[in-house]
Design a protein around this ligand. Sequence first.
Ligand code: NDP
Length: 275
Amino acid sequence: MKVIDGKAAAAALREKFKQDAAGLGARLDVVLVGDNAASTVYVRNKEKACGDVGIVSRVHRLPTATTEAAVVDLVRGLSADREVDGILVQLPLPKGISERVVIEAIAPEKDVDGLTAVNAGRLLLGAQGHVPCTPLGVMHLIETTGVAIAGKRAVVVGRSNLVGKPVAQLLQRADATVTVCHSKTIELAVEIARAEIVVAAIGRPEFVHGDWIRTGAVVIDVGINRLEDGRLVGDVAFDRAAERAGWITPVPGGVGPMTVAMLLSNTLAAARARR
Ligand code: NDP
């Protein structure tokens, strides 16, 4: 078994992005509404990552009580602002603000999180567009293993718009035979046992038993779960799964760092397209 080192893969990408960013003057605007502790940390990490590679970032911090109309106005303004290349609205938004309404105010060419209906549709059609960052990171990590995706049986557990659905689309685009599992799936263990590639995006600590993993499979664990004792664990029971898998991502240090790297990648692509 080999551990897929997401930190190292992300660091390698960032070195490349430094060269890509040089002289481009790319700019990412981040909208953060409220004081969700995790969101605050994520936004700080994204700001730092931008600074490290040479992307200008601006964070628009709005109080929890901000109205939906005010957030939409801000996002529309950024969509129209010629200086802005990428717009990211940090989710979740406070109660009472529709994420869908706010996201749809982002101009699709600046939607570096790939969450607008236009970009989701383009992904479905196989057309050019921004693809969500975590799914892009998942694909990059599978590619770093050197295992061919074409023709493989892939199981994606989770069907969210943010992770599961786009991962399934990307795997299908890469010619895998894809099964999408979810909370109503019967015999999840049987589905997973058939898979040569497993992507877990559930949000339940160590939900996927190690014994379910097919020998030699590539296992990508998207889950980030905080246990009561403070430990961070994924959606896959790592130790036992690692005994069976050919390749596996750790949590932390797997998919997480790739998500931020792919945000940089999408922002640079948006900036290049607009120049
Ligand atoms: P969601 O809660 O939106 O989706 C979870 C999915 O898991 C749903 O499709 C749900 O099925 C499915 N599910 C829930 N329970 C079960 C079950 N018992 N058996 C099978 N499937 C089940 O979560 P996200 O997709 O947004 O995120 C998933 C995980 O990934 C979370 O831990 C999140 O923190 C993490 N994450 C990590 C990122 C990173 O950068 N590493 C980025 C984004 C997310 P159903 O549709 O039927 O409800």
